[in-house]
Design a protein around this ligand. Structure first.
Ligand code: PRP
Length: 177
């Protein structure tokens, strides 16, 4: 059974939207010469972020998804990243942007970028809405980061606690009571 908890707002929906506008403008500039950008969302956590991000990207975009999991319903990383669902499309010779909700230990993003690099994309960049640098156990860093946050247990805007709270429009901090 999950412990009792309350959620305190940490990053408002308005702040997230404002930050995404800035990030999208940087991405548009970085990929200005692309004929098509393949935006890859890492399921399940990134589904809200990718939806908002692509709607701010005034580029020719293809959306694809990859499901990787290292946590299951646990709060501790298993450090073993499993690919549960692979991309539908080919990325060889393409411009690719991997979209992650949060980089914690970094095992997920590191494993996924290594895997995708073997498919020889033209360019492979990454974006994470949240980054917890104090938790890092790998030396990966996303090309673009929305917000650096302290080591708090966060939920909302796609991120779950035992599969709940993904639908909150803001990032909240879990406080156990
Ligand atoms: C979470 C989160 C990131 C990853 C970050 O995914 O969505 O993908 O963990 O942690 P890491 O940097 O320590 O690897 P999870 O495995 O819980 O799956 P989910 O996205 O389906 O919730």
């Amino acid at each position: 059974m999950t412990q009792q908890y309350v959620i305190d707002e940490m990053i408002s929906a308005k702040s997230i939207a404002a930050r995404i506008e800035v990030l999208a403008s940087e991405i548009k500039t970085a990929f200005a010469d692309t004929d098509k950008l393949v935006v890859v969302g890492l399921l399940r956590g990134s589904f809200v972020f990718i939806a908002d991000l692509v709607r701010e990207l005034d580029l020719n975009v293809e959306v694809d998804f990859l499901e990787a999991s290292s946590y299951g319903d646990s709060t501790e990383s298993s450090r073993e990243v499993r690919i549960l669902k692979d991309l539908r499309g080919e990325i060889g010779g393409r411009d690719v942007l991997v979209v992650e909700d949060i980089v914690d230990t970094g095992f997920t993003l590191s494993h996924v970028t290594q895997l995708l690099a073997t498919r020889e994309p033209k360019r492979l960049e990454t974006i994470a809405l949240l980054d917890k640098p104090s938790r890092r156990e790998t030396n990966i860093r996303a090309t673009w980061t929305g917000f650096e946050i302290p080591d708090e247990f966060v939920v909302g805007y796609g991120i779950d606690y035992a599969q709940r709270n993904r639908n909150l429009p803001y990032i909240g901090k879990v406080r156990f009571t």
